[in-house]
Ligand binder design. Structure first.
Ligand code: ZN
Length: 228
């Protein structure tokens, strides 16, 4: 009887240790495959990764062959990021994340046309993402082209510049650098438009989905979160 009790106690202890190590493993990989991660937690993970990147203390999480094998079975990214195609603004690098962590959409000027909206919508509805970050960056070439081309009359303009013109128009005559102003305004407009979109508005209103805007600084690597 006493022996049985000892065996039982030992089994319970082993189970407790196993449970603790599973929890520790989940924490170590940043809860990346937890589909119900909240927007606040997702933002925290992104910003913590960015702080590591800024400080030069990269951890390169989730970039191992084991992680590759794990996410090959299915993806559960914890956030979606719409960034510019600019080669200096790669989300996985500037947020110090790995495979299966961030659902990334990149297009010059980080504008949201219908294809972009539907891509982001997929990450929300099918992959469990609850945080969308729209990430503009300073000295964006697409925005520079839009600012410089805006005054040219009869210019044959493609859809990308047309999508950037509302930001240029809204910031005309504002004090400060016209490109910087338009970069910030563009991110704010994209956040606003996505929040009002047919696809995402209901989830934004109910508080299930959060859409935030940030500006990446090419020089320091930091991200300034924009206020609503
Ligand atoms: Zn850019």
């Amino acid at each position: 009887m006493i022996r049985d009790r000892k065996v039982l106690a030992r089994i319970l202890m082993l189970l407790a240790i196993a449970a603790m190590s599973i929890t520790a493993t989940r924490t170590a990989i940043g809860a990346a495959h937890e589909p119900t991660i909240s927007a606040e937690q997702a933002l925290q993970l992104l910003l913590e990764g960015n702080q590591r990147y800024v400080a030069g203390k990269l951890e390169h999480p989730n970039q191992t062959p084991a992680r590759r094998a794990e996410v090959a079975k299915g993806q559960h990214p914890f956030a979606a990021v719409l960034a510019c195609s600019d080669s200096r603004t790669s989300p996985e690098i500037i947020f110090d994340r790995g495979l299966g962590d961030i659902f990334t959409v990149r297009v010059a000027g980080n504008v949201a046309d219908q294809v972009v909206i539907e891509s982001l919508d997929y990450s929300v509805k099918h992959l469990g993402v609850r945080l969308l970050m729209i990430l503009g960056h300073r000295r964006c070439g697409a925005v520079i082209a839009a600012v410089e081309g805006y005054e040219e009359v009869n210019k044959d303009v493609g859809p990308m510049l047309l999508d950037l013109y509302p930001a240029v128009r809204a910031t005309q005559g504002m004090p400060g650098d016209p490109v910087e102003n338009a970069v910030r305004e563009n991110v704010k407009l994209v956040v606003k438009n996505l929040a009002a979109s047919q696809e995402l508005s209901a989830m934004v209103k109910s508080g299930e989905l959060k859409i935030v805007g940030g500006i990446y600084d090419l020089d320091t690597g930091t991200i300034e979160m924009l206020k609503d």
